[in-house]
Design a protein around this ligand. Structure first.
Ligand SMILES: *[C@@H]1O[C@H](CO)[C@@H](O)[C@H](O)[C@H]1NC(C)=O
Ligand SMILES: *[C@@H]1O[C@H](CO)[C@@H](O)[C@H](O)[C@H]1NC(C)=O
Ligand SMILES: *[C@@H]1O[C@H](CO)[C@@H](O)[C@H](O)[C@H]1NC(C)=O
Ligand SMILES: *[C@@H]1O[C@H](CO)[C@@H](O)[C@H](O)[C@H]1NC(C)=O
Ligand SMILES: *[C@@H]1O[C@H](CO)[C@@H](O)[C@H](O)[C@H]1NC(C)=O
Ligand SMILES: *[C@@H]1O[C@H](CO)[C@@H](O)[C@H](O)[C@H]1NC(C)=O
Ligand SMILES: *[C@@H]1O[C@H](CO)[C@@H](O)[C@H](O)[C@H]1NC(C)=O
Ligand SMILES: *[C@@H]1O[C@H](CO)[C@@H](O)[C@H](O)[C@H]1NC(C)=O
Ligand SMILES: *[C@@H]1O[C@H](CO)[C@@H](O)[C@H](O)[C@H]1NC(C)=O
Ligand SMILES: CC(=O)N[C@H]1CO[C@H](CO)[C@@H](O)[C@@H]1O
Length: 742
């Protein structure tokens, strides 16, 4: 259905692409002295001439290029008598012409300029003071005209009457353009070949039954962003081929029931951003896409969509919907995409989507009053749904029941972020073996059941960011060999995980990204990471990391393995040379120096304060100081006395620590205390004895030894496989996330 005009769109896109300032060797250049300036036609004052054929130079104020057989002239102005174009120019582009010198499109101007064969005319973001009724006459190859944003005022209705090949006409953003007034018999244009017309943002107040009557070829009509309010029932009755209509961003409060009764081809209707409160009664038998976001629809009744039963894409996002009848969607058996996000729903019936067995994407995110999903999941009249994307983020969900996803066996992506979920039982995801991405960010999870992903061996991305996680068992990942991305940042972990007794060789061996920044981790050992052969990025910033030999080994290991400390690897590369200039980034070497290489005088003060590893906080001066001292070979002579002094202090601190531990049961205090001791000890790191004491200390003080492991990565880009999409004309395509295997 949408094929014809989609091809046109493609063609238009091609034409636009061709209009890019691109030179190829096919162009014969002459008198171009400064090639660097060649593309810069906006600022080119001098005459640049490019020959397309032997006898016609590129006119002044223009740059001519050839691309894939199209010959494009980009100009700053049009002046009959001064400029003369080669007949073979196919595309004319004027963008941002000098506003003090408005463009006049006098009668026959293009012919007079020699543009007999012109196929596309694009004059945009300029000022066109006048368009003669015959300006475009005689252009028999003309196929696309774009006059957007030009302060156009009047267009004679017959302007394009002779352009029998004209298919695309874009006049958007001309708020002074005159249209036939209400009640007038006049028509806007007599242009029967035009298939796409864009008159969006033209401050149109009214469309009469006659406005488009002499454009019977229209397949796409865009009247968005005007001030349309009341619609005549006959407005679109002459447009028998209309496939897509964009009425968004107008002032429509309702649409006459039979307004589309003749538009049997209408497949896509956009009514978003209108104060409309229902689409009940509209009869559009073959509508595939209804984009009704940001309207005034508050209640969805049982038969609101009865006149549009073949809808595949239904977007009701951003309304203030409070109630949806539990059978509202039951007749929409072809429904593929249902977006109920950003509404005000406080209840979701378990039979809401019962009959929508073709549903692929189901979004209910951002209904903060919802609080619960159906206890036993969404009922399905078939065995199971095919839904592969379910977004219930920010729904105030307080729990997720064992059976909440019972019928979602094909799930690939689930987003439960920004809820209040405290625990997730091992049953919840066990039903969905194809899960690839799970987003649990910003919930209230303190840990995860070790078996929660036991059935999800395709899981690749897990986001646990912003949960009060204190402990995470590595066992969680023993059944997810494909896991590549794990975010456990902004949690309360004190360990990454302990090098385990039960770790298999393959545990997380495919992990490439691990973010544990903003935790309370004091110690990470190489042994905890050395199974992660594919690790590319490890973010451990903003942890109270303490120096130890293990730590230094780890840093060396990470450098050797070229693991990046943050996502931007170039910055890290620069870091080595330019640390002082770029304190936003850091290398492992830098982190080592920062954690371990504190200047000796500082260390001797046994400064008992919370160690801060935030690189951003490190002052450049301090850094310089440190690096100078590192070059000082005499450094190690001081270590013995320091070590002894520290040992003494440590003994004291250990005793103190025990006392404090007995007195304070609150974990956070323990951590602070612990960090302080470790910080105080760091100068002794190279001493064997000190190291031993340190290890014992940390074992004593760092609390439970349960291995913790979490990882997660943002789930933005699931592979898009456009060829899978079964419907043709829809804005939904661009944003659809279609996993390859679906
Ligand atoms: C275009 O010309 C440049 C030199 O003028 C040459 O280096 C380049 O290889 C040519 N490209 C093609 C596609 O012929
Ligand atoms: C018309 O030109 C404007 C401004 O460059 C551009 O945004 C728009 O996509 C063009 N439309 C078509 C159909 O080429
Ligand atoms: C529209 O243009 C055609 C010529 O292509 C002409 O025959 C017809 O009369 C015009 N229609 C009106 C209403 O003027
Ligand atoms: C939009 O239309 C309403 C009447 O429907 C009118 O009162 C208002 O002034 C118009 N707004 C503009 C910007 O033209
Ligand atoms: C659905 O509508 C919302 C609000 O208008 C919009 O932000 C979103 O992009 C739409 N979704 C699609 C797939 O077009
Ligand atoms: C890592 O992933 C690949 C597929 O991407 C898989 O074939 C391989 O078995 C995985 N590695 C381990 C150790 O499971
Ligand atoms: C250790 O792994 C084995 C098999 O890999 C498993 O049977 C056992 O339950 C695991 N032990 C624990 C404590 O998880
Ligand atoms: C890790 O997470 C933190 C906060 O959650 C974020 O600011 C940081 O950019 C992430 N690191 C990487 C490398 O993505
Ligand atoms: C999950 O939902 C949150 C909040 O609505 C949003 O910011 C995020 O982009 C979503 N993530 C995915 C992968 O859809
Ligand atoms: C720079 C500028 O103003 N560009 C505008 C050109 O015109 C299009 C629409 O006609 C606008 O979207 C651009 O912002």
């Amino acid at each position: 259905m949408g094929v014809r005009y989609r091809e046109l769109l493609l063609l238009a896109a091609c034409a636009c692409a061709l209009a890019a300032p691109e030179t190829t060797n096919k162009t014969i250049k002459k008198d171009v002295k400064d090639l660097d300036n060649y593309d810069d036609y906006d600022s080119a004052d001098e005459v640049q001439e490019v020959l397309f054929n032997e006898d016609r130079p590129c006119p002044r104020d223009c740059i001519c290029t050839v691309s894939q057989g199209y010959r494009i002239a980009k100009c700053n102005r049009l002046e009959v008598g001064v400029q003369k174009f080669g007949e073979d120019i196919t595309d004319l582009v004027i963008d941002h012409a000098d506003p003090t010198n408005p463009i006049k499109l006098d009668d026959f101007i293009f012919k007079k300029l020699g543009l007999h064969q012109i196929a596309t005319v694009k004059i945009v973001n300029s000022t066109i003071s006048y368009v003669g009724p015959n300006a475009f006459h005689g252009l028999h190859e003309l196929y696309a005209v774009n006059l957007s944003n030009n302060k156009l005022k009047n267009l004679d209705p017959e302007t394009f009457v002779t352009n029998k090949k004209l298919l695309l006409l874009t006049l958007s953003n001309n708020p002074s353009l005159k249209f036939p007034a209400a009640g007038s018999e006049k028509y806007f244009l007599n242009a029967s070949s035009v298939q796409e017309l864009d008159v969006s943002f033209c401050n149109m107040q009214y469309i009469t039954a006659n406005t488009f009557k002499n454009m019977p070829g229209l397949m796409y009509l865009n009247v968005a962003g005007n001030n349309l309010s009341d619609m005549d029932p006959n407005t679109f009755k002459k447009l028998l081929d209309l496939e897509e209509l964009d009425l968004s961003d107008n002032n429509l409060k309702s649409l006459p029931d039979d307004i589309f009764s003749e538009n049997t081809e209408l497949a896509t209707l956009h009514i978003l951003k209108n104060p409309i409160d229902t689409v009940y009664g509209l009869q559009i038998s073959d509508l595939l896409t209804l984009n009704a976001g940001q309207t005034n629809i508050k209640f969805v009744g049982p038969s609101m969509f009865n006149g549009m039963t073949y809808i595949a894409n239904l977007n009701l996002s951003g309304n203030s919907i409070e109630k949806i009848h539990n059978q509202a969607f039951h007749k929409l058996v072809e429904l593929n995409y249902l977006d109920l996000s950003f509404n005000d729903l406080d209840f979701m019936s378990s039979i809401l989507i019962k009959e929508n067995i073709e549903l692929d994407i189901f979004k209910i995110s951002n209904n903060p009053r919802l609080k619960h999903l159906p206890t036993d999941g969404f009922e399905c009249s078939a065995d199971q749904f095919n839904i592969y994307l379910f977004d219930a983020s920010n729904c105030g969900l307080e729990e997720i029941f064992d059976n909440s996803l019972k019928t979602f066996t094909a799930l690939s992506v689930i987003n439960l972020s920004d809820n209040k979920i405290r625990t997730i039982s091992e049953k919840v995801f066990s039903i969905s073996p194809k899960l690839v991405e799970v987003n649990l960010a910003y919930n209230l999870l303190t840990t995860l059941n070790a078996k929660v992903f036991e059935n999800n061996n395709e899981l690749g991305k897990l986001n646990l960011q912003g949960n009060p996680l204190t402990v995470l068992s590595a066992e969680v990942f023993s059944h997810t060999p494909l896991m590549t991305w794990l975010d456990m940042s902004r949690a309360e972990l004190t360990y990454l995980w302990k090098s385990g007794k039960n770790h298999t060789e393959t545990l997380l061996s495919n992990l490439t990204f691990l973010n544990v920044s903003h935790n309370r981790i004091t110690e990470i050992k190489q042994s905890e990471l050395d199974k992660l052969n594919k690790l590319r990025t490890l973010d451990i910033s903003n942890n109270p990391l303490a120096c130890s030999r293990d730590f230094e080994n780890l840093m060396n290991w990470l450098s050797t393995r070229k693991v990046s400390p943050n996502a931007v690897s170039e910055n890290v590369a620069n870091m080595a040379k330019d640390a002082k200039d770029d304190d936003e980034t850091y290398s492992w070497e830098f982190l080592t120096r920062k954690t371990c290489g504190a200047a000796l005088p500082h260390a001797m003060q046994l400064d008992v304060k919370l160690m801060d590893n935030d690189v951003d906080d490190l002052e450049t001066e301090e850094y310089q100081e440190v690096s100078t001292e590192e070059q000082d070979h005499g450094k190690y002579e001081y270590l013995w006395p320091i070590c002894i002094a520290i040992l003494g202090a440590l003994l004291l601190l250990v005793i103190l620590g025990k006392i404090v531990m007995m007195m304070c049961s609150r974990r956070t205090q323990q951590i602070r205390y612990n960090s302080a001791i470790i910080a105080a000890m760091q100068a002794g790191r190279t001493k064997k004895d000190c190291g031993l004491v340190y290890q014992q200390l940390s074992e004593d003080l760092t609390g439970p030894k349960t291995p913790k492991l979490s990882r997660y990565q943002p789930l933005q880009t699931v592979t898009v496989n456009a060829s899978n999409l079964s419907y043709e004309s829809s804005p939904f395509h661009q944003q659809n996330i279609v996993p390859e295997h679906v």
